[in-house]
Structure formats: C-alpha cells, structure tokens
Design a binder for this molecule. Structure first.
Ligand SMILES: NC(=O)c1ccc[n+]([C@@H]2O[C@H](COP(=O)([O-])OP(=O)(O)OC[C@H]3O[C@@H](n4cnc5c(N)ncnc54)[C@H](OP(=O)(O)O)[C@@H]3O)[C@@H](O)[C@H]2O)c1
Length: 311
C-alpha cells in the first residue's frame, strides 16, 4: 500500500482509505471483519461523518476498532461536520456555527471512542458561514487537542479561500466525488473553451487549485456513477470500460477493482481514494490497487473507455 502525507500536514497515511458511510447496518462481528480486512490490506485511514446514519456509522466504527483492540496511534480517523440531519430522514440545513461544530465534534469523539480525530472536514458549504466563527471553533478544537488537522469537502476554490482567509490552520484536504465514471474535474481541463459537454466548469478549477495549494483531494464514491446511482463495475451499461478494466487486470495480474483504484492514484495530484465497499473481498481487491503503477497509455485508455473524448 502506497503511503503519503495528507496535504502539507505531516500526517502520514495510506493512499487508500475506508469510508464508513455504509457500515451502520452491519452487526458488530461483520463490522469488525470489514475493519480488520481494511487493516490487513494496508488501509490505516478511516473516514466518517456525524450525519452518516445519524451518528450510527461512527459508533459502529468506534466499536469495531475497540473490539479489534486497534492501537489508536496505528490508525488515522477523520470525521466531517456542518450538516444537520438529526434523524437521518433528510438534510435540514448546513450549519457552520461554532456552537454546532463544537457540539458535533464532541458527539463524534464519544461515538468513535477516542479523544481526538486526526482530521475533520467541513462537509458541505454553508452559505450562512461566518469564517471568523469557524476560525474560533477550529482554534478551540486544536487547542483542546480534539482535532489535529482541518479541511473541507465539496468546495470550489473561492469557497476554500473564504474559509482559509479566517482560519489560521492550513486546510489540508478537500473531499470531492471522483472516479473513472465521475471525471468532470479532468474533462473541463482538457476541453477548456470548447463547445463540448466536458468543457462545463463544475467546480471552478478545483483540480489545478488543489495542486497549487498542495491540498489533498479525497476521492469519494470512487466506484459509483452518477449521484449514488450504483457501481459501474460489472455493470452492463458500461461494456467498454469493463472490457478495458478486465484487459488491464490481466496485464497487471490483479483485479478490475484494483485497476479502478490505481487509475485514481496514478494522477499526479496525489489523491486519496475513499472507498465505500462493505464487502471484505472487494475491499482487499480495491486496496491492492494501492500497489499498482499504471503506465500512461493505460491511464488514457481507461479515460477513453469510460466514454470521454481526447480533443
Ligand atoms: N464528502 C461527501 O460529500 C461524501 C459523499 C459520499 C461519500 N463520501 C465518503 O466516501 C465513501 C465512499 O462512498 P461510497 O460508499 O459511495 O463509495 P463506492 O466505493 O464508490 O461505492 C460503494 C458501494 O458500491 C458498491 N460496489 C462497489 N464496487 C462494487 C462492485 N465491484 N460490485 C458491486 N457493488 C460494488 C458497494 O457494495 P458492497 O458493499 O456490496 O461492496 C457499496 O454499496 C463513504 O463511505 C464516505 O466516507 C463522502
């Protein structure tokens, strides 16, 4: 498993991470098997959020880590806050108020059975944000030792700049949807100023911005197409992509899941893959992609097989 430093934080961690958004319905034994598989595969970074199943996902992760007797300093835990969804029935609002952020973080620490998180992200932009208030919250969380590093999620460059203009901590990560079937960030760079669909600017140039700022892009839902429409792997809707994945799995003596992971990791932006499978076999296959180095032509062939053009 390749390892790297999250942004410029000095926090060394695995390039592939396990997201636990889908873990809440698992039994304690199943959850422990999932977490153990991730650890055995070289994954040391776990991503949660207080809104996942109204806190249940973090609680199930916390219990699994405790059941497995995982040493706290051998792993890195990240959570996300700033969305209000108290009963998991739908988002009520976004809330970056100091009061909400501090209270949420305390609840997350209880659920995760830890006294600190390695990283916390503002989950989705809150247009009512007062950046100075976020700074007060971050300063308190850092001073109390409850949070070591900070970042954002689903933000465009100027939204990052707005938060960064007030908070003294360097924002180290931006979690964004990205994968073989969600490539807007790249398409808009190649197709700049063209009349093609790919030229549409979905994110204000976040890919180049993140590279300039040395912020880690954490790729969420890397195996989904659309907005949680389902996995593209072995999906008859995507025959060319699946054929190419199969061919390259044979070439590199690995699985299709590993190739799809390796495709994200090959990008020089040094992204981190936040995979969400709760199937132990798939988790170990996807994590194995952390050891595959795709060559340039194979990377481009996959991009085209996913339905993109090279103008
Ligand atoms: N920041 C944000 O706004 C945001 C939003 C969404 C997610 N996230 C983070 O990203 C993480 C990953 O998201 P995700 O769960 O959507 O990621 P994902 O890895 O793209 O998708 C996982 C889902 O797809 C299924 N799947 C994956 N590969 C498959 C295959 N080869 N065949 C059949 N089914 C397959 C999995 O089923 P099995 O479990 O059966 O394998 C699981 O239901 C989350 O846990 C969360 O931490 C962040």
């Amino acid at each position: 498993m390749k390892r790297f430093t999250l942004g410029t934080s000095g926090l060394e961690t695995s390039r592939v991470a396990l997201g636990v958004m889908r873990i809440s319905e698992k039994t304690p034994d199943q959850a422990a098997e999932i977490v153990k598989t991730a650890l055995d595969s070289g994954i040391t970074f776990f991503d949660s959020a207080d809104v996942y199943a109204a806190g249940k996902s973090s609680a199930v992760l916390g219990k699994a880590l405790e059941d497995l007797g995982v040493q706290r300093d051998s792993i890195q835990i990240q959570t996300k806050f700033g969305i209000v969804n108290p009963d998991d029935k739908g988002i009520v609002r976004y809330d970056f108020s100091k009061k909400h952020l501090l209270a949420t973080l305390d609840r997350e620490l209880d659920r995760l059975k830890t006294d600190y998180v390695d990283s916390v992200l503002l989950h989705r932009p809150d247009t009512l944000v007062d950046p100075e208030e976020v700074a007060e919250a971050f300063n308190e969380l850092q001073a109390s030792g409850k949070v070591r590093h900070f970042g954002v999620s689903n933000m465009r460059p100027w939204q990052v700049e707005l938060i960064q203009s007030a908070v003294p901590q360097k924002l180290q990560a931006n979690q964004l949807q990205f994968g073989l079937m969600h490539t807007h960030m790249i398409q808009q760079e190649f197709e700049a100023n063209m009349e093609t669909g790919g030229s549409v600017d979905h994110d204000g140039g976040i890919l180049a911005y993140s590279r300039v700022k040395k912020m880690t892009i954490q790729a969420w839902s890397p195996f989904q197409y659309g907005f949680f429409e389902g996995p593209f792997m072995d999906n008859p809707k995507f025959p060319k992509l699946n054929e190419k994945l199969e061919e390259l799995a044979n070439k590199y003596s690995t699985s299709k899941n590993a190739i799809a992971t390796a495709w994200i990791l090959r990008h020089p932006a040094q992204m981190q893959v936040i995979l969400g499978s709760m199937n132990p076999r798939r988790i170990s296959e996807m994590a194995a992609g952390g050891d595959v180095d795709l060559d340039r032509q194979d990377w481009w062939d996959l991009y085209v097989a996913a339905g993109n053009i090279i103008p």
